[in-house]
Design a protein around this ligand. Structure first.
Ligand code: SF4
Length: 208
């Protein structure tokens, strides 16, 4: 029986860890066949510009994926049976929380998994994820080069800065630079972050 050829697929969130992982892998001549970036529709404009810049720098295409329905649809329009009154329909889901992280599944993992399922029909997919050496709890059953290299989150950010990637200062304001409205900001700066994020979003839009 013929074995399926291997595809080495990079999951690029666009943050410091996955960016550092990709750059380091290329630097070490590790195999990179496909690079996937899933846009949730709530990315910072600076993040989208970072992806464009990275693509130019590595001189390879970055495949942009997006869910069919957007964040705002699930938040305001999605129909669901009311939990309070069984005959009623509620519109929209509440913000994600510790037990229901619908935005991650609907806007990211489902989209990437659908793409990978198709790819899996003809290839053996090896998926590479940017988890730093100081996040061992997040290690599961994929390939984690940053973890294997012993690179911490702090070192990953420093490495990216040294390569000229600064996300236009996002990491100077935020702990996380995924969705600008993410409810999983650290408790310490949640309020500040949301206020800053909205302001920052408008600032970035004005610059576009
Ligand atoms: S970054 Fe936050 S808001 Fe965006 S998909 Fe992930 S958990 Fe949801």
């Amino acid at each position: 029986m013929n074995e399926k050829p291997v595809k080495n697929v990079i999951s690029l969130s666009g943050g410091k860890d996955s960016t550092a992982m990709l750059l380091m892998m290329l630097e070490k001549n590790m195999p990179v066949d496909l690079i996937l970036f899933c846009d949730t529709g709530k990315e910072f404009p600076a993040m989208l510009r970072h992806i464009d810049k990275l693509e130019k720098y590595i001189e390879r295409p970055i495949i942009r994926l997006k869910a069919e329905k957007e964040y705002d649809y699930y938040l305001y329009q999605h129909k669901a049976k009311s939990k309070k009154h069984s005959n009623d329909i509620d519109y929209g889901w509440p913000f994600s929380n510790g037990t229901n992280r619908w935005c991650t599944s609907r806007l990211k993992t489902d989209v990437i998994n659908k793409y990978l399922r198709e790819l899996n029909k003809n290839y053996t997919v090896k998926q590479y994820v940017g988890i730093a050496a100081d996040e061992p709890k997040r290690i599961k059953n994929k390939i984690y080069p940053l973890y294997d290299f012993g690179v911490t989150e702090k070192e990953a950010l420093r490495y990216c800065y040294e390569k000229g990637f600064d996300w236009e200062g996002l990491y100077e304001i935020f702990d996380r630079v995924s969705c600008w409205c993410c409810p999983f900001q650290s408790i310490d700066n949640l309020t500040d972050s949301i206020i800053n994020a909205v302001g920052y979003e408008r600032f970035c839009e004005a610059k576009m």
